[in-house]
Design a protein around this ligand. Structure first.
Ligand code: NAG
Ligand code: NAG
Length: 481
């Protein structure tokens, strides 16, 4: 916190020079150290009496002729001696009062009276405490949050401005007057937009004083924004992130795939078979990320992660963009394969690059040539061993890559790369057909031979026939018994 830095907002507008009653403005941020000046110059004689009073009546601190110190009843040095008037400075004619860890209640009018016997010096210091506070230091996304700036006492005609991360805040601000204190506040629904350093700037008499506080909004921190794109290559595994802020206990977390036609009111669709939801017994209870074991091109689309936190339903939408490589051989140029890098949504892609990845005998990969562009034409005959990877870039660097294996392609002449499972099915079907044909052929061959034999021995046929009839009759009788 800023407060720990002990930032001192001390501005001395008028330095005390004579024995007049002067007024000094001191602004201090709550929690910091305030120094209330009271100086007489080194030439002045050692004073017989020094007294600091607050609001012109109550004694704060006093030092008499005998050198003894007294503290006002409400300023007794019980807690860490917040107030002190360091003796070491007295020789230089400096009787400034130091207040550590200032609070709202310290704000007010202080008077320093230094008695030199023949001359009394009186100095008036107005201490104004500025404090920025937030209704809930870590509000949950969607809940109301109030950021307020209190100035006690507030000077007349002061202007209060708000800054968030050093840029002016456009929100509407309210103001509350409470006695001599003024409180300016901003009330908003908590979103990531409110995260950052809130600074209250008080402008008065051409000077500016400020105080700040940091605000963090709790919710789904990863991805931090809605509609974040997640890139994955076909066939690869991908994680769809959904991580809640530390300290939250999300319940009823749910993953949905949103139907593409529902842009305005998302309608849940079906999750694919390779989708695996976060494990409920995970050792990271804030990590509700899901994964897809093997991404298919049809898995692209919008996904939504949601969970309930402190009665508030938090959601995060994201988009899975799937990349694949289409390969084609044109009939004109046989032996040339054209590879195209295809993304389900290429709206954020600014550049494509093809990288030749070669593996040596040890299996270590090295990068060969690199070519720009979305498509790549390569010769099948050439020694294009290894793989070609398509890398795609956005404005902020690489988004992902997808790899194509050259060896596989030589078997697929003139066709779009097809599913290997279709190939196996075709092979199995063809083998079955061949087997059936073979069986039919064998049977036909057998029948033909039998008929030939029967023609040679017609009597044999009757015998064979009769014996078979007899056998059948015998069997029938046996069944009846
Ligand atoms: C392969 O590995 C062996 C031993 O690990 C090494 O001597 C050789 O140089 C490597 N070959 C290549 C092409 O990197
Ligand atoms: C493709 O991306 C993976 C994962 O980020 C990376 O390990 C691999 O080196 C990349 N390949 C190329 C050729 O850039």
């Amino acid at each position: 916190m800023m407060l720990l830095e002990c930032f001192i907002f001390v501005v001395i507008t008028i330095l005390m020079t004579g024995a007049q009653c002067e007024e000094t403005e001191v602004f201090a941020e709550a929690g910091s150290q305030a120094v209330l000046p009271c100086k007489c110059g080194p030439s002045s004689p050692y004073p017989s009496n020094i007294i600091w009073t607050k609001d012109r009546k109550g004694t704060v601190w006093r030092k008499g002729k005998n050198g003894l110190q007294f503290w006002g009843s409400s300023f007794l040095p019980k807690e860490n001696q917040r107030l002190q008037c360091p003796h070491s400075q007295f020789e230089r004619g400096d009787y400034s009062l130091q207040i550590n860890n200032v609070r709202k209640g310290d704000g007010g009018i202080y008077t320093c009276k230094v008695d030199h016997g023949d001359q009394v010096i009186e100095n008036v210091v107005i201490l104004r405490i500025m404090e920025v506070s937030i209704s809930s230091l870590v509000p949950v996304w969607g809940n109301d949050v109030t950021i307020s700036c209190n100035v006690t006492p507030c000077p007349h005609g002061a202007a209060i401005q708000w800054m968030l991360n050093n840029s002016p805040v456009m929100s509407q601000t309210g103001i509350i007057l409470n006695g001599n204190a003024v409180e300016s506040f901003v009330r908003e629904k908590a979103t990531a937009r409110l995260t950052g350093n809130w600074t209250c700037v008080v402008g008065y008499k051409g000077n500016k004083w400020q105080a700040s506080a940091a605000l963090t909004v709790k919710g789904i921190i990863h991805p931090s924004k809605d509609n974040t794109k997640v890139y994955a290559a076909v066939g690869s595994a991908v994680t769809l992130p959904c991580v809640f802020s530390p300290g939250l206990t999300p319940s009823n977390t749910l993953w949905e795939k949103l139907k593409p036609e529902s842009i305005f009111r998302p309608i849940p669709g079906r999750l694919s078979a390779s989708f695996s939801p976060p494990s409920p017994s995970s050792q990271f209870p804030l990590d509700k990320s899901a994964s897809l074991k093997e991404v298919g091109f049809e898995d692209e689309g919008r996904y939504r992660c949601s969970g309930t936190v402190e009665g508030q339903r938090l959601t995060r939408n994201m988009q899975l963009v799937v990349a694949k490589i289409d390969s084609r051989t044109t009939s004109k140029e046989r032996g040339t394969v054209t590879l195209t890098c295809q993304l389900s949504d290429s709206s954020d892609v600014t550049d494509y690059e093809w990288v030749h990845v070669v593996y040596d005998l040890n299996g270590t990969q090295s990068i060969g040539s690199i070519q720009k562009g979305k498509t790549l034409s390569i010769s099948k005959m050439s020694e294009n061993q290894g793989e070609w990877a398509c890398r795609f870039y956005g404005t902020e660097g690489i988004l992902g890559n997808v790899t194509s294996h050259i060896q596989l392609m030589s078997g697929l002449n003139g066709q779009k790369s097809s599913d290997p499972s279709d190939n196996t099915a075709a092979v199995v079907g063809l083998s079955l057909l061949l087997l059936v044909l073979l069986l039919v052929l064998v049977k036909m061959c057998k029948n033909h031979q039998r008929r030939k034999r029967i023609f040679q021995y017609p009597a044999l046929e009757t015998i064979v026939h009769n014996t078979s009839i007899e056998r059948e009759e015998r069997e029938r009788k046996r069944e009846k018994k």
